[in-house]
Design a protein around this ligand. Structure first.
Ligand code: HEM
Length: 432
């Protein structure tokens, strides 16, 4: 298996697809998402998970790990699971710290109000209030604005001959777009971006107590900023999502102030790194498969297919979790009430039982039934917005910079297990 930073072969640097199956070894399969090789390229591990032990028990803590498409989809859609217990884990840490004269009070309270950790009926109530703002019709109307933002970001780069696709385009785009939707003033965007990056660490499983204390402080600051903005919008409503949420609250739709603040923070966080990773992983896949890049250059209308294939091939969200609230039979195993389940979306999207020739990146594949946005009641609220941003950003790059070339020895993946994305994606091109 090749590593990402193999400088000798620029064109196959995500994965040597032909070798995925040959990595099977005689040793019993052990799922270890903290393994360095898994971090660079998780797909050989997923291959072994699906083919050797598809209903696997994680050696740390005994959580279940599922990697087959049908199993992952069935659990996501099942009424026999609830969301991960991250808010409860944070509360346990909070109680421990309180014993030492410290606390995580604000973080513990806020994490309880985050949509993706909520369960029905609270989840259904809160989701129904936000869902309208992200409907495909609303997003369609935003396309010209998204294109403008992309053009503004790329404009000054044309005569430079080099860019970092992450820092110059993929990073700033989603922050700008979600800020516009929420009605965050331009001058506050950088600060909120930084806070959101710190806060997104709660999605990871390896967070120290000291780091939790930092996150707690950041959430205090984030909330205070938003509380002031909400007060301004109460006096002077604008055409933005914060004003819409205030209106919903005032029309008695049972939205508390804390839920309103937590929802704004959540939208900032969930819409950001995932979209950055889609653009980054997608451009890396295209640059590593020149024939696919040529097809898209020739036929820009294929962008919708291309983005679906990018989401399937190198999914920005690789894993999510659930907890069984009833016994669940899968394969020959019984997952018992209270047991945790790790759902490998990245593996489900490479399952040959669902996607023929799954390790091939092929933008002609007309299948949008991947699980990159999850499924069931928690499926991605921002999928239409994410798709629009990725389609516009990638197509503009491909059309405006027709000879992009990867600088391969600079590639490094972000330290995150659930989210897969590059820290930087440096490219060169001919100046216009
Ligand atoms: C390509 C980019 C994106 C990907 C791959 C992605 C992926 C996902 C996935 C897999 C889930 C389900 C998690 C689970 O079931 O545990 C999810 C949920 C969610 N996503 Fe996205 N997302 C993206 C962009 C966005 C954007 C742009 C927004 C909004 C600004 C957003 C907002 C949300 C929210 C609010 C949830 C929680 C929904 C709920 O619990 O009901 N996402 N996303």
């Amino acid at each position: 298996m090749e590593q990402v930073n193999n400088t000798n072969n620029t064109n196959k640097n995500i994965i040597d697809n032909n070798n995925i199956q040959k990595t099977r070894s005689a040793k019993a399969f052990k799922f270890n998402p903290f393994d360095k090789e898994f971090h660079v390229n998780p797909y050989p591990t997923y291959y072994r998970l699906r083919s050797e032990d598809p209903v696997h028990r994680y050696f740390v803590g005994g959580d279940w790990v599922l990697g087959r498409y049908a199993d992952v989809k069935a659990v996501l859609r099942s009424g026999r699971v609830r969301t991960h217990d991250q808010p409860e884990l944070i509360q346990q840490k909070n109680l421990y710290l309180q014993g030492k004269g410290k606390n995580l009070n604000v973080l513990a309270y806020t994490s309880n109000k985050l949509l993706f950790y909520m369960n029905p009926p609270d989840h259904s109530r809160l989701r129904s209030l936000v869902v309208k703002a992200f409907s495909p019709t609303v997003v369609e109307r935003m396309r010209p604005r998204i294109q403008e933002i992309v053009n503004d970001l790329l404009g000054p780069i044309h005569n430079k001959g080099t860019m970092d696709i992450i820092a110059d385009l993929a990073g700033p785009l989603p922050v700008t777009v979600i800020s516009k939707m929420l009605g965050i003033p331009n001058e506050a965007q950088d600060q909120l971006h930084q806070w959101s990056n710190v806060f997104s660490r709660i999605l990871d499983s390896l967070v120290s107590l000291e780091e939790y204390e930092v996150i707690n402080k950041v959430i205090e600051d984030f909330q205070e900023y938003l509380r002031n903005l909400v007060a301004e919008r109460e006096k002077d409503p604008q055409q933005d999502l914060i004003s819409d949420l205030i209106a919903a609250r005032e029309q008695g739709e049972r939205l508390s102030q804390e839920e309103l603040l937590a929802t704004c923070i959540l939208l900032f966080m969930t819409g950001e790194e995932t979209t950055v990773n889609t653009i980054g992983n997608g451009m890396l896949a295209l640059l590593s498969h020149p024939e696919q890049m040529e097809t898209l250059k020739r036929e820009p209308t294929m962008i919708q297919n291309a983005v679906e294939e990018i989401l399937r091939y190198d999914s920005p969200v690789q894993m999510t979790n659930r907890i069984a609230i009833d016994n669940i039979e899968i394969g020959n195993q019984t997952i018992k009430t209270g047991e945790k389940i790790i759902l490998c979306l990245g593996s489900a999207n490479r399952d040959p039982a669902q996607f023929p020739d799954p390790d091939q990146f092929n933008i002609n594949r007309c299948q949008d039934n991947h699980l990159a946005f999850g499924d069931g009641i928690h499926s991605c609220l921002g999928s239409a917005l994410a798709r629009a941003q990725a389609q516009i950003a990638i197509n503009t790059l491909v059309q405006q910079f027709p000879d992009l070339k990867l600088v391969p020895d600079k590639l490094e993946w972000r330290k995150n297990i659930a989210l897969r994305g590059l820290k930087t994606l440096p490219v060169t091109f001919t100046c216009r």
